[in-house]
Design a binder for this molecule. Structure first.
Ligand SMILES: C=Cc1cc(F)c(CN2CC[C@](CC#N)(n3cc(C(N)=O)c(NC(=O)OC)n3)[C@H](F)C2)cc1O
Length: 299
């Protein structure tokens, strides 16, 4: 359009910069040990026609931004995959002392909310499981380990598409290294942790495979209430009064106890899950091989 000068056609700002004054808080989506995720309407026109976004913020630190927090933002910013939640931008406050992570909003929520409400058949369960493996294979190809793969962190875009939605515990494994050691305080997801994570805090690509096996168990049980991994492991200990500690869980796993075969779960899926839970992490399948095996089972 010749009569509009170039300056009038340039976008007036970087779309990944979100201004605090236009973010209108709607409701809380989740609470973590270190912060929360909140639904906001980003409404610069101030007429309600804005866009819904999910905003992750850390509990207020004393001024400076925690180093690990910027790492999480940089990690999500660098990931482009259909089965990984989209990064949209950041909102900074107080001259960069507070940084909030802005992501796309998936209103159907996580598999924990979606599966118990819907009649999801085995074909759809297997499609979801395969898509999680595809997102995780991409993450591992960039040498990241997720460390918190679970149904609660898998979002539903629609009945044919799921995305890994949270990367709060994701770490980079340097070339040549195999393990990432960390003493995680806070409420670690121990019932999704591989044996070597519980015993030695050794996290690896193979420990994500163990967590995928637990996530597949959640999908096959449709995330039924009180039927989750914590409940099932608690049922395994003699006498309900005995509290479940990490030591009790380690003993159960060392005695080869594993989550039971879900109702209507085909034998080949039971075998696949149990291969994700073998003690020797080197014997566990890769996400690449899990994708191929799930493809074969889906035929
Ligand atoms: C500071 C650390 C921290 C704080 C937290 F609250 C959580 C837990 N949180 C994770 C993000 C979460 C689940 C996932 N994936 N989710 C994202 C969306 C979205 N992008 O739309 C969404 N949508 C939804 O619920 O729609 C009805 N839920 C849900 F908020 C739980 C994990 C953390 O590491």
């Amino acid at each position: 359009n010749p009569d509009i000068s170039p300056s009038e056609t340039l976008p007036d700002s970087d779309p990944s910069v979100f201004h605090k004054r236009y973010l209108k808080k709607m409701r809380c989506l989740g609470e973590g040990h270190f912060g929360k995720v909140t639904l906001y309407l980003y409404d610069p026109a101030n007429d309600g026609t804005g866009e819904l976004v999910a905003v992750k913020s850390l509990k207020q630190e004393n001024g400076q931004v925690p180093e690990g927090w910027m790492k999480e933002i940089d990690i999500l910013k660098s990931l482009y995959h259909i089965n990984i939640v989209k990064y949209k931008g950041c909102c900074t406050e107080l001259g960069g002392q507070v940084v909030q992570l802005i992501m796309e909003y998936l209103p159907l929520g996580s598999l924990m909310e979606y599966l118990p409400k819907r009649k999801v058949g085995m074909p759809q369960c297997l499609m979801f499981a395969q898509q999680i493996c595809q997102g995780m294979e991409y993450l591992h190809s960039k040498r990241y380990i997720h460390r918190d793969l679970a149904a609660r962190n898998v979002l539903v875009e629609n009945e044919g598409l799921v995305k890994i939605g949270d990367f709060g515990l994701t770490k980079y494994i340097p070339e040549g290294e195999i393990y990432y050691r960390v003493r995680e305080d806070g409420d670690s997801p121990v019932f999704w942790y591989a044996l070597e994570c519980l015993k030695e805090n050794k996290f690896s690509f193979a420990s994500d495979i163990w967590s995928f096996g637990v996530t597949l168990y959640e999908i096959l049980t449709r995330c039924a209430h009180r039927q989750g991994p914590p409940d099932k492991f608690r049922e395994m200990v003699q006498g309900p009064k005995e509290p479940m500690t990490v030591m009790v869980l380690i003993k159960l796993l060392e005695k080869q106890h594993r989550l039971p075969r879900p109702k209507d779960c085909p034998q080949e899926l039971k075998i696949l899950m149990e291969q994700c839970w073998v003690v020797d992490s080197a014997q566990r399948p890769s996400f690449k091989s899990l994708i191929e095996r799930l493809e074969a089972i889906r035929q």
